[in-house]
Ligand binder design. Structure first.
Ligand SMILES: Nc1ncnc2c1ncn2[C@@H]1O[C@H](COP(=O)(O)OP(=O)(O)OP(=O)(O)O)[C@@H](O)[C@H]1O
Length: 292
């Protein structure tokens, strides 16, 4: 598989804030990636760097093996920012007309179809749009660009569940017909788990985990039962969360469980359940109570 984007030891400071510490990421062609992390983890900084919007203090960014130089905008990338404050007075259609010439594969038929599907009035002023509608304009540009690499920063911000579902469905359908690399920052791991093949989890400016979604699904378990039994069963397992309720314990693990181990758990009267991915993300990246 061809590597379309690679970063090597990327480092960015804002004064004394170490926004990115040593980021090594490799994106291959025609795959969909998720970038997860809590607020302030460094996701937007990373996306701003690869799009040439800001410049790194150290490290390299390469598109198709060619180094991105200072001040250069990568031609193969469409970057949809979380918020665009510069175009308040422009109409929706003006924004599309402004964006279109930048992208070789831009598809106007598809762009117009998306406006209809997302119920966006092309003549409405950007400043008069709701937060969700702003996101939909960004999504329309990102999808209609058909850029070889499309990076979305929190694309579904402000969208209701139905619109989010619509976006994911359209993305998957269009990706099947026009494969390309999609890189999407999000907080909603459960929602994207069906479409994203690989995820990166960022924490405090570093990549804490990079793994295929399938592996994560296959390694995320809840083990519950008698406190002493849970403790003995989990001795050599990677436990990421634990709660006790009287004599009962519930532990969350991120580790493989063989068939024999699952049988052993059953013999010890322990219950093994798959863990919802949002819980995994909360426990693994946040160390919280899974409510994010
Ligand atoms: N222009 C800036 N000046 C100073 N500090 C900044 C600037 N931009 C970001 N930071 C800091 O860099 C760190 C990373 O911020 P960044 O916006 O990249 O995080 P994020 O993961 O995108 O967060 P969120 O999910 O809230 O959008 C934070 O500590 C933030 O306060």
């Amino acid at each position: 598989m061809q590597v379309v984007l690679e970063t090597k030891n990327l480092l960015k400071n804002y004064g004394s804030t170490e926004a990115l510490k040593n980021i090594n990421i490799q994106l291959e062609e025609n795959r969909i990636y998720g970038l997860l992390g809590r607020n302030g983890a460094g996701k937007t900084t990373f996306l701003n760097l690869i799009s040439g919007s800001i410049f790194q203090d150290e490290g390299d960014i390469q598109f198709y093996g060619n180094q991105l130089k200072r001040g250069e905008t990568p031609k193969s990338l469409c970057y949809v920012k979380e918020k665009n404050l510069f175009f308040g007075g422009a109409k929706v259609i003006d924004l599309l007309e402004y964006a279109a010439p930048y992208y070789e594969n831009w598809d106007w038929d598809f762009a117009n179809k998306l406006l209809k599907l997302f119920e966006l009035d092309p003549n409405k002023k950007f400043r008069k749009l709701s937060r969700g509608m702003e996101s939909l304009v960004g999504i329309t540009i990102g999808l209609a660009s058909r850029a070889p690499i499309t990076a979305f920063d929190e694309p579904v911000l402000g969208l209701d569940p139905l619109m989010r579902e619509k976006f994911y469905n359209i993305l998957v359908e269009d990706f099947a017909e026009h494969p390309r690399t999609i890189f999407m920052s999000t907080h909603l791991i459960d929602e994207v788990s069906k479409i994203v093949e690989k995820i990166y989890i960022m924490e405090s400016g570093s990549i804490k985990l990079s793994d295929d979604m399938e592996n994560i699904k296959n390694k995320s378990y809840f083990i519950s039962g008698k406190n002493t039994e849970v403790e003995s069963f989990l001795q050599d397992k990677n436990m990421i969360h634990r709660e006790t309720h009287g004599s009962i314990a519930i532990a969350a693990i991120f580790d493989t469980l063989t068939i024999e181990e699952k049988e052993k758990a059953a013999a010890m009267e322990l219950t093994v359940d798959n863990m919802p991915l949002q819980k995994f993300f909360s426990y693994y990246a946040i160390g919280g109570d899974g409510n994010e």
